[in-house]
Design a protein around this ligand. Structure first.
Ligand code: SAH
Length: 212
């Protein structure tokens, strides 16, 4: 998902340091101070326009959430929503999922979501996939033991790659679903923007839930 540049994005981000941080490298172990209450912290890497993380924060006031996004124009869309909603349990980060261990302390995260991450289908781009082993080792560092990694995609090839990558890393699967929207085991699915568009056209959604 590539978004057109938004001239209002930078000034909006600069105006709301209480809601968003840009490539925060001095926040490790300090994240709870950004929220009203100290409670389990959940992270989404690649939040897009934020439909999922906003819905999760609304549905789970007993958890704190961070939306991490690489694209300024995308995180600014989430910020716009959050400026209106002021959810006390949602914080935003403009940054790179490749730098997670700079942003977070060991075991700071209670759960991590990857939704419709870019599949990078070319073999020479394998290292960019968010389920490549270098990313997994960062997730492992910042996640609590047994915290769950939840991954959804519409891309069969990327799903199969991820299944193998997580398995080779020694992860344990709690759920492997080949059709989330018709799977009786999945009772609490929160759809993302991309997911709604894709499944409206009849596409299948795959999901992995696993821990280290
Ligand atoms: N989760 C949303 C968006 C999916 S598109 C949805 O399901 O609708 C994938 C998103 O991941 C894009 O917005 C892209 O900018 C972001 N992204 C890709 N690589 C990233 C990285 N290394 N760190 C953070 N975000 C990343």
């Amino acid at each position: 998902m590539r978004l057109r540049n938004k001239t209002w994005a930078k000034p909006l981000i600069a105006a709301h340091p209480e809601l968003i941080l840009v490539r925060p490298e001095n926040m490790a172990s300090q994240w709870q101070t950004r929220f009203d209450k100290e409670q389990p912290l959940y992270l989404e890497v690649g939040s897009g326009k934020g439909q999922f993380i906003v819905a999760m924060a609304q549905a789970h006031p007993e958890h704190n959430f961070i939306a991490l996004e690489l694209q300024e124009a995308a995180i600014a869309m989430i910020l716009k929503k959050q400026v209106a909603l002021k959810l006390p349990n949602l914080q935003l980060v403009l940054g790179d999922g490749a730098d997670l261990t700079d942003y977070f302390d060991d075991s700071e995260i209670s759960g991590l979501f990857l939704n419709f991450s870019d599949p990078w289908p070319k073999t020479r781009h394998e290292k960019r996939r968010l389920t490549y082993r270098n990313f997994l080792s960062q997730y492992q560092a910042i996640m609590k033991p047994n915290a769950l990694l939840q991954f959804k995609t519409d891309n069969q090839g990327f799903f199969e790659y991820s299944l193998v990558s997580l398995n080779n890393f020694g992860m344990t699967f709690e759920l492997v679903s080949l059709d989330v929207h018709h799977d009786k085991r999945v009772t609490d699915n929160v759809p993302t923007e991309y997911e709604e568009k894709f499944s409206a056209d009849g596409g299948r959604i795959y999901e992995l839930v696993a821990h280290f």
